[in-house]
Every structure is written in structure tokens, then in C-alpha cells.
Ligand binder design. Sequence first.
Ligand code: MN3
Length: 200
Amino acid sequence: MPLELSELPYSYESLAPYMSAETLKYHHDKHHKAYVDKANKLFDGIPHLGDTLEEVVINAHKGGHMALFNNAGQHWNHTFFWSCMKPKGGGKIPANLEKAIQDSFGSFEAFRDEFIAAGLGQFGSGWCWLVAEKNGKLAVTKTPNAENPLISDQVPLLTCDVWEHSYYIDYRNERAKFLETFIDKLVNWENAAGLLERAG
Ligand code: MN3
């Protein structure tokens, strides 16, 4: 199945000043596109892994097709990351998600601290996540490189890309400032709340 790069769900300019058009153009049109192109070259000689991108990612990992997993995984991660942000993001959290965060972390502030610490604590390249576990509890995790919660049987609700290319143009080496701004000004909470509702 050829993988396709979809357009961003908003204009390049619309996340500024928190994420610049220059960052989004490089990140989506160069970095994300490169993962899609590379993955499509790696399907040759690999048996059919599934009909959806999620199946391909999970089965490539299970089957030890690590080059394909890294590139298809990064395609999934980036597509998900774009959907985790919106213009004029941050702010009020839908009630179902707010309650789940309070039940699992004690308070929104405790969750925010843990999420930022996970992003800061991911040595080198990777991702931090808010996930729903099988027992219904929410948790914060971090993953290196292309790894993601799909391969750990968790439901991803929110992610932040903490690879340097994600923030270096706008924040230079200040990953903490990027993560704080992401939570406060960029997150699409309605998207996360909808995913939680569908997770049941
Ligand atoms: Mn990236």
C-alpha cells in the first residue's frame, strides 16, 4: 500500500508565533515527506502487513522490519502530531478529558509537569505522549526515535515531537520552552477528548 503525505490540517502561518511557518514548512514538506518517500521504497520484498497505516506500523514492528517500521512509524507519528495542534490552541479542556486527567494525575498542573518532564527527559530524539491504558487510566510516556504507543497497546491521545527539527528554528536549544508553549498555546484539546471518548 503506497503511503501518502496529507496536507496539514491548517495553514503554515496559522500556528505563529508559537510555531512558525518556516518550521512547519521544513517539518512537514521535508522531514515528514522524507519518511513517507523512504517507507514507500521499503515495501519491496516485504509481505502484506495490513490495510491501514496503523496495521503496517504494528506489524512491521512485530515482524522486525525495522527500517520500514522507523519510516512508517514516523509517518504515523507526524500525521498524529499535526492533528494534536490547532490555531489558537491550548485553553479550555473538554469536561470528559479534564475529569480523566484529574482522576489519573490529581490535577491538570501535575499532568502538565509530568508531560513536560517526559519530553525533557527523552534523551536524544523521540516523542512524549498522553495515552489511555487498557485499565482506563491515563498515563504520560516517552518513546525514542519512531516508537509510539501503538506498539505498546495503548491509545495515544496527545503527542509532542521532541526531535530537534521540531523546535530548533523557533526555540533553538530550549526544549523546555517549546514544551511549555506546546501545552499552553498549541494543543487541540478537542481532538484528544474525542480520542478518549472513542477509546471508551
Ligand atoms: Mn519530526
